[in-house]
Design a protein around this ligand. Structure first.
Ligand SMILES: Nc1ncnc2c1ncn2[C@@H]1O[C@H](COP(=O)(O)OP(=O)(O)OP(=O)(O)O)[C@@H](O)[C@H]1O
Ligand SMILES: [Mg+2]
Length: 319
């Protein structure tokens, strides 16, 4: 097991009150596995990634309780100094807005080189070779030429790869990829996904892939956790969840994936809005949008039920 997250709670303490962005989630990721976190905007996907990285905006963002066990160490208990050493060496994250993580005034070689120097104890004359190696790992063509270029000289897709190269430069055990918001076109997206498979094959890295798109989950993830309003409401192997989704929210999300073979080209979308994380409803947090809700759903939060070895669901309808 590379990562085990246990009952993680992360909140933002704002003037308006406590925002429970992550409200008690548990999941694990194994070596060479890709675990997807899927859900609508604002459900807590990025905050989950930032919690694992211990990169929450301080002082408002805080891990309130829970465990994040990475390679046997509980990251929640690590000092800032230890965490800094761990970050980049054992775990790294490709942020959702990768363009902001490149500095316009430094060359690609400088920026990937800096990451290599920070995390690997290499003699100076070997740094460039390592930079070329990691650019190659990200399938960046002509890396010897690219490393002398500046970010503005690269296409969006290529910049994305450079950010990936920085994240992989230390050969982490766990890579968290937060899907970019600036929509990549379909071909670039397909290449981007293929790239992760390739990297995983070469390095055995465990991956958490964050997305709002079940179509992407189908293409890259081995298992998936469906997140709704700060909670994981269903976990299952990707194959099983498509074949037989259990939670009404999962069913709705899968229905909203565009299907090329369907004649009807209107896209299904889920009615209503997720609840405010500052003021959650008493019962099931999906209940106000659920078409099959029972009386109990308004009153009590459903417990997480393990329905088979690899699957669990939090829904009063599922036993
Ligand atoms: N700095 C912050 N201060 C207060 N609340 C925040 C802050 N950052 C995030 N939140 C809240 O935490 C919740 C989860 O945010 P998060 O960024 O994890 O969503 P997400 O699932 O990544 O959404 P998206 O798909 O849009 O990226 C949201 O309700 C958001 O408003
Ligand atoms: Mg996000």
């Amino acid at each position: 097991m590379v990562l085990q997250v246990e009952d993680l709670h992360t909140s933002f303490f704002t003037k308006m009150g406590e925002v429970k962005a992550v409200d008690g989630i548990s999941f694990h990721v194994r070596e060479r596995e890709t675990f997807g976190i899927v859900g609508e905007s604002g459900c807590g996907k990025s905050v989950t990634g930032l919690s694992i990285m211990r990169l929450l905006p301080e002082p408002s963002g805080q891990i309130v309780s829970g465990k994040i066990i990475l390679e046997g160490k509980n990251l929640v208990e690590l000092s800032k100094k230890h965490m800094r050493a761990y970050r980049g060496k054992v775990v790294s994250m490709i942020l959702q807005d990768p363009m902001t993580s490149l500095n316009p005034v430094y060359t690609i070689g400088d920026q990937v080189g800096e990451a290599v120097r920070m995390h690997q104890d290499l003699p100076e004359n070997m740094v460039e070779a390592e930079v070329i190696d990691v650019l190659r790992l990200l399938r960046i063509p002509a890396p010897e030429v690219r490393l002398k270029e500046y970010p503005f000289q690269l296409s969006g897709g290529m910049k994305q790869r450079v950010v990936g190269a920085i994240a992989m430069s230390c050969r982490p055990r766990l890579l968290i990829a937060d899907e970019p918001t600036t929509a990549l076109d379909a071909t670039i997206q397909a290449q981007y996904i293929a790239l992760f498979e390739d990297i995983q094959e070469k390095t055995n890295v465990a991956i958490i892939f964050i997305t709002h798109d079940f179509g992407v989950v189908a293409r890259i993830c081995d298992r998936v956790g469906v997140m709704y309003a700060g909670k994981i409401i269903e976990t299952a192997p990707t194959r099983d969840i498509f074949k037989n989704p259990k939670h009404p929210y999962t069913i709705a999300l899968i229905k909203s994936v565009p299907q090329l073979d369907k004649k009807d080209d209107r896209l299904f979308s889920i009615e209503g809005q997720p609840p405010s994380m500052m003021n959650l409803p008493k019962g099931c947090r999906f209940c106000p949008r659920c078409h099959v809700a029972l009386d109990i759903c308004k009153e009590q939060e459903p417990p997480e039920v393990k329905i088979s070895e690899n699957r669990s669901v939090s829904c009063w309808r599922v036993k």
